[in-house]
Write a new protein. Structure first.
Length: 148
């Protein structure tokens, strides 16, 4: 009997089927991981922007007249830290792009008054950052304390 080196067609097909099955399962987990990571990043960025806006308002950073605030737009997936009475009358803005797989629900603008750092009339507020079954809730109380 003659010995041959190599794999049979059946062994090769079985190996390819197993690898494709594992790759398909991994792709689903990877997608969920990316969305959870995007939700986490967006909520962290929102919390940091809210705290930064309040801090800038308390110390009257770059302004002697207006406060600071945070505005987000789900249409353009942009989170903006702005200086001014409100977003429509801003004098300075710092924009952050949020992943299109993430949406923010709740009020869309919070401004902090100069010197005392009290949030606008929208507080207390609850903002939900969500995407593909993953969500995080952020709370802002009447004194401007942010709880992720």
């Amino acid at each position: 009997m003659r010995k041959t080196a190599g794999f049979s067609l059946l062994e090769l097909l079985l190996t390819i089927a197993i690898v494709l099955g594992l790759a398909g399962a991994a792709a689903g987990f990877y997608t969920q991981f990316l969305v959870r990571n995007a939700v986490s990043n967006a909520s962290d960025q929102l919390v940091q922007s809210l705290r930064k806006a309040q801090f800038y308002a308390l110390e009257s950073y770059r302004s002697n007249t207006g406060g600071w605030g945070v505005y987000w737009d789900n249409g353009s997936h942009t989170l903006s830290l702005y200086q001014g009475v409100d977003y429509a009358h801003k004098t300075f803005t710092e924009d952050f792009i949020i992943s299109p797989s993430v949406s923010l629900a709740g009020i869309t603008e919070i401004s902090f008054s100069r010197v005392n750092g009290v949030p606008s009339a929208g507080a207390p507020a609850t903002i939900t950052v969500s995407g593909l079954g993953s969500s995080r809730t952020i709370s802002l109380n009447g004194q401007g304390v942010v709880s992720p």
